[in-house]
Design a binder for this molecule. Structure first.
Ligand SMILES: Cc1cc2nc3c(=O)[nH]c(=O)nc-3n(C[C@H](O)[C@H](O)[C@H](O)COP(=O)(O)OP(=O)(O)OC[C@H]3O[C@@H](n4cnc5c(N)ncnc54)[C@H](O)[C@@H]3O)c2cc1C
Length: 524
């Protein structure tokens, strides 16, 4: 069952209920396709008929207009139907968000309607033999000749290759190295199946893709009219990122379907499996494992639908693509890692049965594994999240500083102005500040700003004093390898000695009795 959240609209709640019924009604035919290794065309027709492909398409183009939340509801529902969930995903990523954001009216009229109808499926073509995580390194070229473009190159790992009728392709449209540095050398195009020179090269035999194709495409002097270009020439990177953020969110939604499926199956199993004359559900370890699965399921759902909400309210909340994109990365890695862990745990919980292909647990495990690579690897998501954390204004700012408590003699955190505020910026004072910092953070260096914030002096004056202290051999520094700008500084042993007498640095817990334990070690 797709549980709804309080913020869903009444239409979205009814939609979730409708999807639940659809999934139950089509489970058997999807199972048949899985075992017979047949593409689930019949179910896809039913999906199209229900209008689910149009969940995120505005009403004016024939869709339901339920936004990213609606798409996640479909993703979660169809995620219980294996291949069908994937097909929904590749239809969506084959242009929905890219067209909504960057398409012309004519393109929206033609292709958004096509997406909503769900009869012609879509695919996205980013990856190449040369371009994987480094998605900008496309070798496929599009050269403008008069009023049309000539496309040449190859794409690989393309989900829906062959069955899709609409391919959202990114090609290189400039060799200018300065544009390359700014990611302004890529342009997006829509290539319809059937155009001359566009062929299917190879289908991968891929873990997790049992009855849906993923493969290689070849573009050999494919002629495209300028109407097939989406967005400005050279703005393909921005379009790609918008598409990928949406893809990451939908990938997380898809995994929810698989997780809920396995969670329920494991609970069913635990009640019915008897060992040592007891239902295995009475074993605390299995109860804890199930609790852990439920916990991960709840958190995964929250992060997915929260991200969908942010995407649906980007304007009102004044969010940037960077912020919503980071949430999409968080949703993707959290849900997918949870899916993999749950798959593995569930297998352990169900013993030999869990390893058997008749149970869908190993499917979840395989699907989670491929999702750790597709739509950008986990490492790339982590890189993006790290970058965001560094760039988001004030997000990681540590506003406190340590001071030595006058009676306790221990470092405590404070926001109160430092006792050094307003004092003269000179060698003696700066060295003392650094010595006090040593007492609080013996392993850490200080930034010039740390010192400036304590003494409230001018940055230039602080840096000049640090230069002098370095020349005097009283501090060590870390400088930028090229510009030699001072990044960090720290008093060395001689500096510490000059700043304060030895006793200043001493501190022992109460239970240390100087005579008994230290045995004269504090005496010179
Ligand atoms: C099931 C599936 C479906 C897919 N469907 C599509 C599709 O429809 N369309 C499409 O265009 N592509 C698709 N892909 C391709 C997918 O997007 C790429 O596989 C993915 O981006 C990784 O690229 P790669 O395989 O070339 O690995 P590489 O980029 O070569 O990565 C190899 C390893 O190096 C690591 N790595 C690379 N760069 C960095 C870095 N900067 N920092 C840290 N680690 C790094 C990676 O994390 C990985 O561990 C699909 C892939 C899969 C598995």
């Amino acid at each position: 069952m797709i549980e709804t959240f309080w913020w869903f609209t009444p239409e979205q709640k009814a939609f979730a209920k409708d999807l639940d019924e659809f999934v139950d009604n089509h489970l058997e035919e999807v199972e048949e396709c899985y075992w017979a290794k047949r593409f689930p065309w019949k179910t896809m027709e039913a999906v199209a008929e229900k209008g689910y492909m149009g969940a995120g398409v505005p009403k004016e183009y024939g869709g339901l207009d339920y936004g990213a939340t609606g798409c996640c509801i479909v993703g979660e529902g169809l995620g219980r139907l294996y291949a069908v969930g994937h097909v929904f995903l590749f239809n969506m990523i084959g242009g929905l968000n890219q067209l909504l954001r960057f398409g012309t009216n004519e393109q929206k009229e033609k292709y958004l309607r096509q997406i909503a109808e769900g009869k012609v499926l879509g695919a996205v073509c980013i990856t190449e033999p040369f371009a994987g995580s480094d998605a900008a390194n496309v070798f496929t070229t599009a050269v403008q000749e008069g009023d049309h473009w000539i496309l040449n190159g190859k794409k690989r790992m393309i989900s829906g290759a062959g069955v899709a009728g609409r391919y959202f392709v990114y090609a290189k449209t400039s060799d200018d190295p300065t544009l390359k540095a700014q990611y302004r050398h890529i342009t997006g195009f829509i290539v319809d199946r059937g155009v001359k020179g566009f062929t299917l090269e190879k289908i991968n035999s891929l873990i997790g893709f049992d009855n849906i194709p993923n493969g290689y495409l070849d573009f050999d002097n494919v002629e495209l009219s300028d109407e097939q270009r989406v967005g400005e020439i050279g703005s393909g990177w921005q379009i790609m990122m918008a598409g990928l953020n949406f893809e990451r969110l939908l990938t997380s939604a898809l995994s929810l379907g698989g997780i809920s499926w396995v969670m329920q199956l494991v609970s069913h199993y635990m009640e019915r499996r008897v060992q040592f004359n007891s239902q295995v559900q009475r074993f605390t370890n299995l109860q804890f494992d199930l609790a852990d699965i439920v916990k991960k399921y709840y958190i995964s759902r929250l992060v997915t639908y929260h991200t969908a909400y942010l995407l649906d309210h980007t304007k009102e909340l004044k969010l940037t693509e960077f912020e919503t994109g980071t949430w999409a990365s968080v949703a993707k890695i959290y849900d997918i890692e949870s899916g993999r862990e749950i798959g593995s745990t569930a297998m352990q919980m169900t013993g030999g049965d869990g390893l058997c292909k008749f149970y869908p647990i190993e499917r979840l495990l395989r699907e989670a594994k491929i999702a750790e690579i597709g739509a950008g690897t986990t490492e790339i998501q982590k890189t993006l999240i790290y970058r965001m954390s560094q760039q988001k204004h004030g997000f990681l700012d540590f506003k406190y500083h340590f001071k030595i408590h006058p009676e306790l003699g221990v470092p405590i955190l404070t926001m109160a102005p430092s006792e050094w505020t307003g004092k003269e910026v000179n060698k003696e004072n700066i060295l003392k500040i650094m010595a006090e910092d040593f007492k609080c953070n013996p392993g850490l260096y200080m930034t010039p700003d740390d010192i400036k914030d304590l003494i409230k002096g001018r940055a230039k004056a602080v840096e000049a004093v640090l230069d002098e202290l370095e020349k005097d051999g009283l501090i060590v520094t870390l400088r930028h390898p090229k510009t030699k700008k001072l990044i960090l500084a720290k008093a060395n042993y001689e500096g510490l000695r000059q700043a304060y007498p030895k006793e200043f640095y001493r501190w022992y817990p109460d239970w240390i009795k100087e005579d008994e334990f230290i045995m004269g070690m504090t005496k010179d």
